[in-house]
Design a protein around this ligand. Structure first.
Ligand code: MN
Length: 240
């Protein structure tokens, strides 16, 4: 028995696109990856959501700031309203049903926004402090900065470490966290790099890209393993 895990993809012009490392990480961890298409009918999204055991929100472009009550600042990058719409429906369903969600980079941002939190449209112009290089120039599979993990969190239990190294490809970041979400890891410049829900078995957002570290980093493997395991536990409860 293996859990079916939906993976959201980018919509680039008229093409649905997903980096293969996302699929590999889920499959290698014991799940069956299912790429979620761009349906036009909400009913289609809801029907698919019902049959999935977990949701991986993959990385991608910026979030429409009107979704969190702001207008676009000049530093905002390209946005994909169709994607915001699709992921919003999926996230709400998964939160209601208490099914596992792993949000990666953009995925953690849309997760926090949909749950009622906020974010920086652009960290460099909006935090009011000097920051690390979060849009790293190093290769995607290179972990470039440290994050400190909060003791007492599920994330700490998964990692068993106080600090891990992560890669970094973002100019946006979540802040403040949605009600029910708590800090799980932060960078040395004080950005929220990971969070989790206190009210769900597994709702985790990470600002980095563990799928790109998966092949060579134990911490990335641990995160995907924990996610897929929770998806399997949920599936077993539903269909024993
Ligand atoms: Mn970062």
């Amino acid at each position: 028995m293996k859990p079916m895990i939906g993976i959201t993809a980018s919509l680039e012009c008229t093409t649905v696109k997903i980096q293969r490392v996302n699929i590999d990480a889920i499959e290698s961890s014991g799940g069956i990856p299912v790429i979620v298409p761009y349906y036009r009918q909400e009913e289609s999204v809801l029907t698919l959501a019902d049959s999935l055991d977990g949701l991986l929100l993959s990385g991608g472009s910026d979030i429409d700031p009107t979704l969190f009550g702001e207008e676009p600042v000049p530093q905002l990058g390209s946005i994909t309203p169709d994607r915001d719409w699709l992921e919003g429906i999926l996230i709400k369903q998964f939160l209601i049903k208490k099914k596992p969600i792993l949000g990666i980079c953009r995925g953690c941002q849309i997760l926090n926004i949909t749950a009622g939190g906020g974010m920086y449209q652009d960290i460099y112009s909006q935090t009011g402090r000097s920051l690390l290089q979060h849009a790293q120039q190093a290769p995607r599979d290179h972990a470039s900065h440290w994050v400190t993990i909060e003791k007492g969190t599920m994330f700490y239990e998964i990692m068993g470490l106080e600090k891990i190294k992560v890669n970094s490809f973002h100019h946006q970041a979540v802040y403040p966290l949605a009600p029910g979400f708590v800090l799980a890891a932060q960078s040395s410049d004080g950005l929220i790099e990971a969070f989790e829900s206190e009210e769900h078995p597994f709702v985790v957002g990470v600002q980095w890209h563990p799928e790109d570290l998966f092949a060579n980093q134990m911490e990335a493997k641990k995160l995907f393993a924990a996610f897929v395991q929770k998806c399997l536990e949920g599936k077993k409860k539903k269909e024993p």
